[in-house]
Design a protein around this ligand. Structure first.
Ligand SMILES: Cc1ncc(COP(=O)(O)O)c(C=O)c1O
Length: 380
């Protein structure tokens, strides 16, 4: 199950002999920095999402930053972002000197960006919206595409939680994926950009490599002998070792996503039977990579007490997320923001373990323990 003991972790990277063999092959090849494995990984990732091309980067954060740069978003511009997300979504906006404008969620059952709130907060300065597929649960991208077309702004997907979900990465101007260790597929650290627009992809390719007109591999192969620098770029490259691991992981991703969905379904059924006072966000059947297993504890319940009880039974749990606008750094920058629905969601949210190495018997144990923890906490 996990760690060789009886503990149930929130998530674990699933890596083994295939990844070791892929790493050995790269090491034996003598070429470690960005090269043909990265290109192979990009093509395979693009194909899985029905796209022609993709650009691999060192992280999803780098991907979001590069996307905003490629769209020439900067000081004086505003970008609509969720607060129920990892801080990187909003940080990327600050990196380019633009202003993140936080949008509330629909409600606790549907903790995705509210179109109404987005419409209300759009201004002549708004240049883009970054939607985030929370927990892998797909945002209605077509609705957002129509909204952005009406407003004349860019649509960017933070798809860190949602690799391999059909329809994601196709209708937006660009989408960013993460291969961090706790994600549905991992290269330890890593990211990817998809865009249907070849010009966007080529700008991001250049931004990732110091703004240079040719890569080391291109010069090594004799296709170029020197280079120009045409923009202020970064070192956001992925390397061959990570790409080789990514290629192996990608092959398993569809099967892992299916297993996650099956486990999420089992959680829903057991939670409904055992702890009906809990809200499980999203409707059954909502398209998802089931990256997270989020739930909402009852109003009066002490979340820390529940987490402590779970931990004492060897079950890890977490919070996704503390709302970004309430972090000290953001409060200093934007002191007056109130997002009542996001704040309520984040106050009551608890994430249970979910990864493909779990079995239904683990779901049974977690939900049993949660039931007991809730009885204790409600009786206080
Ligand atoms: C929603 C979201 N966006 C962005 C990121 C940043 O990803 P990375 O760690 O690959 O930079 C994460 C990572 O946890 C995330 O969950």
């Amino acid at each position: 199950m996990n760690k060789g003991n009886n503990d149930i972790s929130l998530s674990i990277p699933i890596v083994g002999e295939e990844e070791k063999a892929a790493l050995r092959e790269v090491i034996d090849s003598g070429w470690l920095s960005m090269g043909t494995k990265v290109q192979e990984f990009e093509s395979a990732f693009a194909a899985l999402h029905s796209q022609k091309n993709a650009v691999a980067l060192s992280s999803c954060t780098a991907a979001l930053h590069a996307i905003l740069r490629a769209f020439d978003i900067g000081p004086g511009d505003e970008v609509l972002v969720p607060a129920v997300t990892f801080v990187a979504t909003a940080n990327a906006v600050l990196y380019v000197g633009a202003t993140p404008v936080f949008i509330d969620i629909e409600d606790c059952q549907q903790p995705l960006l509210s179109l109404d709130d987005a419409a209300a907060k759009c201004s002549p300065k708004t240049k883009a919206v970054i939607v985030m597929h929370y927990g892998g649960y797909a945002v209605d991208v077509l609705q957002w595409r129509n909204f952005c077309d009406r407003q004349g702004i860019r649509l960017i997907e933070d798809a860190a939680h949602a690799p391999g979900v059909s329809g994601i990465g196709r209708l937006s101007d660009a989408s960013a994926f993460s291969f961090f260790a706790n994600k549905n597929m991992s290269t330890a650290e890593g990211g990817m950009v998809l865009s249907p627009d070849e010009k966007t992809l080529s700008a991001i390719r250049r931004l990732r490599g110091h703004g240079m007109t040719s890569d080391t591999i291109v010069r090594h192969l004799g296709h170029a002998y020197s280079y120009d620098v045409t923009m202020l770029g970064f070192n956001y490259r992925l390397d061959e070792l990570r790409a080789a691991v990514g290629l192996v992981q990608l092959q398993h991703l569809p099967m892992w996503n299916r297993k996650r969905n099956k486990l999420a379904q089992a959680y829903r059924q057991k939670l409904a039977a055992r702890v009906p006072s809990i809200i499980v966000p999203f409707d059954e059947g909502h398209k998802t990579s089931a990256h997270l297993m989020p739930l909402l504890l009852p109003e009066n319940c002490r979340r820390k007490g529940v987490m402590d009880t779970l931990r004492r039974s060897g079950i890890q749990s977490s919070i996704h997320y503390p709302p970004v606008h309430l972090f000290s750094h953001y409060r200093k920058l934007f002191p007056d923001i109130a997002l009542p629905k996001s704040e309520e969601f984040c106050r009551r949210e608890l994430s249970l373990p979910l990864h493909p190495a779990l079995e239904e018997i683990d779901v049974d144990r977690v939900t049993n323990c949660l039931q007991k923890a809730l009885e204790v906490e409600s009786g206080r």
